[in-house]
Design a protein around this ligand. Structure first.
Ligand code: ADP
Ligand code: MG
Length: 241
């Protein structure tokens, strides 16, 4: 589904991604861990071209998106849902309008179809009573679940999560991870940057360790956590586990 070939990204001469080669299959749940500043967010943002790579290629569903024209890029990006640490809901729009905005504008769905779809999704996550509320009337956990629903409303083929629980109070982390686990069980292809090692252990099909702009080790979760090879990974795990 996603192929990354010799991906490099620099910001003003500072090289942040250093020649990443990766392949992500449909249905995989890839969890990326690593120290702050190692390039995890930049890597995720390059996958859907929120950041333009300095060099290298990204292929998505058989197309090289790094070569695609703007219009094609927009169409491909619609197939990649993205969830951020800080929710990024539109504060002046109700929950249902947050969810229906992109399907109506970008997918040319009728408003009534988009609302019906939004309500079905809200019901699935137990938040249908919040349809008419505004984001600031919701808890952090609810906001993040709405952000996930908003991404799902575009019917994406892959979901990218960048530390979706890092801004939440501890008691709200569980409800967001539970929704993500449910998505995983439903077969969604997922790439998740997180510090939640329990989630990585239980949900990931593959865990990657990113350090200094490179993916230096990756494995199935059992091996990754029980038998790390790289010294930096050993040190990292000794701090977070
Ligand atoms: P992580 O998500 O692993 O914490 P990031 O991908 O956010 O790491 O950042 C990696 C490095 O790239 C950091 O040194 C950060 O300061 C730098 N960086 C990220 N985004 C930008 C940007 N837009 N402009 C300049 N430097 C950036
Ligand atoms: Mg980050």
């Amino acid at each position: 589904m996603i192929d990354v070939k010799d991906l490099n990204k620099s910001f003003e001469g500072h090289q942040v991604l250093k020649g990443i080669n990766e392949h992500i299959e449909k249905g995989e749940k890839v969890v990326i861990v690593g120290p702050s500043g190692s390039g995890k967010s930049t890597f995720l943002r390059c996958l859907n071209l929120l950041e333009v790579p300095t060099s290298g290629e990204i292929w998505f569903e058989g197309k090289e998106i790094t070569k695609a024209k703007t219009k094609e890029v927009n169409a491909l990006r619609q197939k990649m849902g993205m969830v951020f640490q800080h929710f990024n809901l539109f504060p002046h729009l109700t929950i249902v309008d947050n969810i229906t905005l992109a399907p109506v504008k970008l997918k040319k769905m009728t408003k009534s179809d988009a609302v019906a779809n939004a309500m079905a999704l809200l019901k699935r996550v137990g938040l249908e009573d919040k349809a008419k509320a505004y984001p600031n009337q919701l808890s952090g956990g609810q906001k993040q679940r709405i952000a996930i629903v908003r991404a799902l409303a575009m019917n994406p083929d892959v979901m990218l999560f960048d530390e979706p629980t890092s801004a939440l109070d501890p008691e709200m982390v569980g409800e967001v991870l539970e929704l993500m686990s449910q998505l995983a069980r439903d077969g969604m292809t997922m790439v998740v940057v997180t510090h939640e090692m329990g989630f990585a252990r239980e949900v990931a099909s593959r865990v990657m360790f990113m350090d200094d702009g490179k993916i230096v080790e990756q494995n199935r979760p059992e091996e990754f956590f029980s038998n790390p090879q790289n010294d930096r990974l050993k040190e990292f795990l000794s701090k977070v586990l």
